[in-house]
Write a new protein. Structure first.
Length: 255
């Protein structure tokens, strides 16, 4: 089984933290985000790992030399004008046609979430957090409806994602940025990307999942409860570090 981490972007909302390094190498709880991801994926059974770089890819290559978990470096040369969907296409020669785990580079999670995802029998599957609201309120405060997106699962299948909710009842979880594709899943994925043509460059991952749903594609949805987080801004880093130091972080992924 292979795994791909999509780490081409800069992460400008992290401000000074990414002036000279990619988002994946920003540290949380004493380790780069990339180190947490590699460790979890390897512990869950990923045998071959690759990281798709772009912004300051040279630093990811340097990290690979001393990483205890070996990985291959790939490149999205058009990282500044594309997105994670395009980065995943850059990894298709490495992983297309085989079962593959796909991870965003700005999240941390334990191996057990990966193992739960691997247990999903669908050719395309993702994880979602049922305890999303506590994490959202820690990061943002205020009303979740101002920023949260719809997420609905029925019978183990994703039914709705990424729209503007009118009530919290429409937000049954939060998509985390972890995906699994089997060989069949890759074919579905690549065929839909080919149908999009140049529009792939303008399509984000959630929007692509919505397109697949509109096509009638089954997408498995695996529920997990907490024990992960997304680092999207410098404020996130400060909030998480303070909660970890206080021993009050509901979504501590380390144990």
């Amino acid at each position: 089984m292979k795994a791909v981490i999509l780490a081409a972007g800069r992460g400008s909302r992290l401000k000074r933290h990414t002036d000279e390094r990619p988002k994946a190498l920003v540290e949380l709880a004493g380790r780069p985000l990339l180190a947490w991801q590699l460790s979890a994926l390897a512990s869950a059974g990923a045998g071959e790992l690759a990281v798709v770089g772009g912004y300051r890819r040279d630093l990811i290559e340097a990290f690979a030399v001393q990483s205890p978990v070996p990985f291959t470096t790939l490149e999205n040369p058009r990282w500044a004008e594309t997105n994670m969907l395009a980065s995943l296409l850059c990894a298709a020669p490495f992983a297309g046609g085989e079962e593959c785990l796909i991870s965003y580079s700005d999240i941390v999670y334990p191996a057990r979430h990966i193992q739960a995802l691997l247990g999903n029998p669908r050719p395309l599957a993702l994880t979602y957090d049922t305890d999303w609201e506590r994490l959202w309120r820690l990061r943002n405060g205020g009303d979740p409806l101002a920023d949260a997106e719809t997420f609905r699962e029925e019978g183990g299948l994703l039914r709705e994602i990424g729209a503007r909710p009118q009530s919290l009842e429409e937000v049954r979880g939060q998509y985390m940025g972890l995906l699994k594709l089997t060989a069949e899943g890759w074919k579905i994925w690549l065929d839909r990307c080919a149908a999009l043509g140049p529009a792939v460059d303008r399509t984000d991952m959630t929007g692509f999942l919505r397109l697949l749903l509109a096509d009638g594609v089954d997408i498995g949805a695996t529920a997990v409860g907490g024990a992960w987080c997304e680092v999207d801004s410098d404020q996130d880093l400060e909030i998480y570090e303070a909660a970890l130091a206080a021993g009050t972080f509901s979504h501590d992924w380390r144990n």
